[in-house]
Design a binder for this molecule. Structure first.
Ligand code: BMP
Length: 259
């Protein structure tokens, strides 16, 4: 199954172009680390990415928390992505009717469709949300990561909801980059990416419901790309910490593909 397949083989079977690129970058740069840059100043984000860019395959943003968001920031972000060879995931967690999501994706201040390689989406509203993203015109190749599970304590997602989310994704193979989840929710398509947040070495949780696992544990649970936010961003030396997470994650992955 996919857990024993190396990323370069997974890239060969990905039907979504972003999943294919992501697996290829991971194999080339030897990193499955995604940094979540949850900072509120554009300068801070760009400075951080100058330091950790070479160690990550994917950069996850929440652009709506940036106080000085502007188009120049987007240009510089794209330049860093090219310089360090990483992709951009806007963690927007769309969760509305298709028509609204289509507008939120391409219009407004952020114009996400113009720069994000992929976005996160809740399956809650039903298939229309995927239909909308699929048909919204975009200059770029695009991808969707569907939320199949969450890391937070007491979240309302049930096993049936998770299964229905996997079924929904099957109807849009070209659009789907993968799933955001804590466990291996499917083994049917090795071309899909399992993205797992809620990872930190320091603590088991925060005080607002976030629950953390160790890097080793999430790789065992099927994670392909692992999201680390405050574990790196809030540390004294983010670059050293990024290298530490990268090395542990790559070692765990290498062990996994050995069987
Ligand atoms: P941190 O490692 O600092 O806890 O950050 C985790 C990041 O991953 C946050 O940006 C959060 O929005 C996101 N996330 C999560 O923590 N759990 C989920 O289930 C889904 C997420 O996108």
């Amino acid at each position: 199954n996919r857990l024993n397949m190396p990323y370069e083989k997974r890239a060969e079977v990905s039907r979504n172009s972003i999943a294919k690129q992501l697996f290829t970058i991971m194999a080339t740069k030897k990193t499955n680390l995604c940094i979540s840059v949850d900072l509120t100043s554009s300068i801070q984000i760009l400075n951080l990415l100058e330091k950790v860019g070479e160690h990550v395959c994917l950069v996850k943003t929440h652009v709506d928390i940036i106080e000085d968001f502007n188009t120049n920031f987007v240009e510089q972000l794209k330049q860093l992505a090219t310089k360090f060879n990483f992709l951009l995931l806007e963690d927007r967690k769309f969760a509305d009717i298709g028509n609204t999501v289509s507008l939120q994706y391409s219009k407004g201040v952020y114009k996400i469709s113009e720069w994000a390689d992929c976005v996160t989406v809740h399956s809650l509203p039903g298939e229309g949300i995927l239909k909308a993203l699929n048909s919204t015109s975009s200059d770029k190749n695009k991808g969707v990561l569907l939320l199949a599970e969450m890391s937070s304590e007491g979240n309302l997602i049930t096993p049936d909801y998770t299964k229905a989310t996997v079924r929904m994704a099957e109807k849009y193979p070209q659009l789907m980059t993968g799933f955001v989840c804590q466990n291996a929710v499917t083994f049917d398509d090795p071309g899909l990416v399992q993205l797992t947040p809620g990872v930190q070495l320091e603590k088991p949780k925060d005080n607002l419901g976030q629950v953390y696992n160790t890097p080793e544990k999430v790789i065992e649970n099927g994670a392909d790309v692992v999201v680390v936010g405050r574990g790196i961003v809030a540390s004294k030396n983010p670059e050293t910490e990024a290298v530490l997470y990268k090395n542990i994650l790559w070692k765990s992955y290498s062990k996994r593909i050995m069987g």
